[in-house]
Design a protein around this ligand. Sequence first.
Ligand code: FAD
Ligand code: ATP
Length: 596
Amino acid sequence: MSTLRWSLSSPRLSLTRFLYNPTTHHFCLYGSVLPSFPITMSTSTSATADQKTHFRSASTSSPTAESYQVIPSVDEMDRIAEQTFQRYTVSQSSSNSIARRSGKGVAIVWFRNDLRVLDNEALFRAWVSSEAVLPLYCVDPRLFNSTTHYFGFPKTGALRAQFLIECLADLKKKLMNLGLNLLIQHGKPEEIIPTLVKAFGAHTVYAHKETCSEEVNVERLVSRVLGKVETSINSPKLQLIWGSTMYHIDDLPFDTNCLPDVYTQFRKSVESKTVVRGCIKMPSSLGPPPNIGDWGRVPSLDQLGHHEGKVNKGMRFVGGESAALSRVHEYFWKKDLLRIYKETRNGMLGPDYSTKFSPWLASGSLSPRLIYEEVRRYEKERLSNGSTYWVLFELIWRDYFRFLSIKCGNSLFHLGGPRKLKTSWSQDQLLFKSWRDGHTGYPLIDANMKELSTTGFMSNRGRQIVCSFLVRDMGIDWRMGAEWFETCLLDYDPCSNYGNWTYGAGVGNDPREDRYFSIPKQAQTYDSEGMYVSYWLPELAALPKEKRNFPGHLYINPVVSLKYGNTNKSKNINKDSVLTKRRSRSQLTKIKGSQR
Ligand SMILES: Cc1cc2nc3c(=O)[nH]c(=O)nc-3n(C[C@H](O)[C@H](O)[C@H](O)COP(=O)(O)OP(=O)(O)OC[C@H]3O[C@@H](n4cnc5c(N)ncnc54)[C@H](O)[C@@H]3O)c2cc1C
Ligand SMILES: Nc1ncnc2c1ncn2[C@@H]1O[C@H](COP(=O)(O)OP(=O)(O)OP(=O)(O)O)[C@@H](O)[C@H]1O
């Protein structure tokens, strides 16, 4: 594979290639931009057909509008991961080694949403405090063969299940490279862990602390049963460690119960008063493992309750730490995209408009502190600008929702949200189904929903638009949307998901109450040539560019009218609006009648 370095002087990656909209002051990634993206041609030379995911517009009228996501080969990912491991691990023989092993006996590491080796404090502490570490993952039936809380959707959809399988396979491999292994058991942690503690006489179980009630309940159960285990060593303990955020909870300038209600206040406060801790330098060897005959296999998709988990269009994410580190390397160093992140982050089409780190962050294959250190290194070695800062700005949003979940407790999942608002919502099944399946009659909504179900991913722009449409234009119970996201998203994280949905639904702590996203305006600003919608809805590709988002009678009739009408003044959509309004009035009556 070619090792290309992209600098601003690269003819194929200059800002002029992003379309600038003087009215909105936004840069867009569409139209003639995508074909010139460097990944298309330059790195595809050694990629096999399997590694090239066609991110190709179906448009016959724009044959040049295509881009490939090149998934690096396993060897390439391993090579990058190895380089990064060298940076973030220390050898025991090294004179500047800060890691000294001083413990006795066996310690268990219970892996949860922290499926990585680098900057994994639970793993590190287990190693320091023992003579042998037993790494464990429990395939918990509550996560895989179960349903979401209110509406009974699959708790973990097929694509996320597949992603997790890849994460586990990679973790097992990484641990074996470091002299350990990963014990994989099927069942509830509160049943598996005490048995192992007893069998190995383990003194401590290390795990990363979670914050939402489902996970916290499991922690409580594990802790409780450990209290009853009798071993030769007195009272084995569950030791919970904080490790999911960029800023450490113990370093916050306030108690989480006094977390500011406004994000900006939170951000300014942590930025001025808190320092991001350095990554834990992991030892380059973690063995020996305890003596185990059968370490168990990485589960199959069938065992996780699904049969088919393949992505055949759009972005294909590979699970695991190697792929995560490879993506960081690609986005920051190889393609040099970090320098333009702020201008491109609102895109919707293609592999490179944003970092796409979220699936790895959610599974814990990637540490936010490692991203922080890589941003700082990039700023030193290449350049520092608004874009390099903005990735950290977004990661602070992620931190904020995580801390907010502690403050809000279960109100994050309740209809009235943290503000406990009493609003009436519809649960109209037909309307919801049209949203879920991408048949609303609004190409921008339909394309985004198809992307979600096909790939398990949707851009941040898309998420805000489909959320606004569901709750504001359809008046549907926001929890139905949130639970559907919970099923489908590869990057599903209860805090970010329910946090963003409560904001979108106007029941969060957000001071901006009415977050309405006008579809015509969003379409004109972010998909002015209809490249995005025609990629996901190929039937629109034959239409002139300006009509693809506003196809009128040439597409499905809109199932509801827009709350504020079609304010974009587009000639195409207004033709149908009277009809739509008349029809949707009767539909709205139906909605009101279906409230629960
Ligand atoms: C309704 C809705 C639901 C969402 N559900 C989730 C979810 O379940 N899991 C999830 O990780 N993100 C969620 N987000 C936030 C955001 O859309 C994704 O994090 C982002 O699109 C991931 O793409 P990226 O990694 O390329 O992001 P980038 O733009 O490259 O941002 C870098 C990182 O910053 C963080 N980030 C960015 N925006 C947000 C945000 N609004 N809230 C929290 N963190 C953010 C993510 O960790 C992301 O990986 C949701 C947003 C909305 C509007
Ligand atoms: N990680 C998670 N992902 C999705 N939903 C979650 C998660 N953690 C908690 N919840 C949701 O939090 C809510 C609280 O569930 P729980 O069974 O603990 O209490 P409850 O009796 O339903 O509500 P409450 O305690 O608020 O009266 C449920 O809606 C549950 O699905």
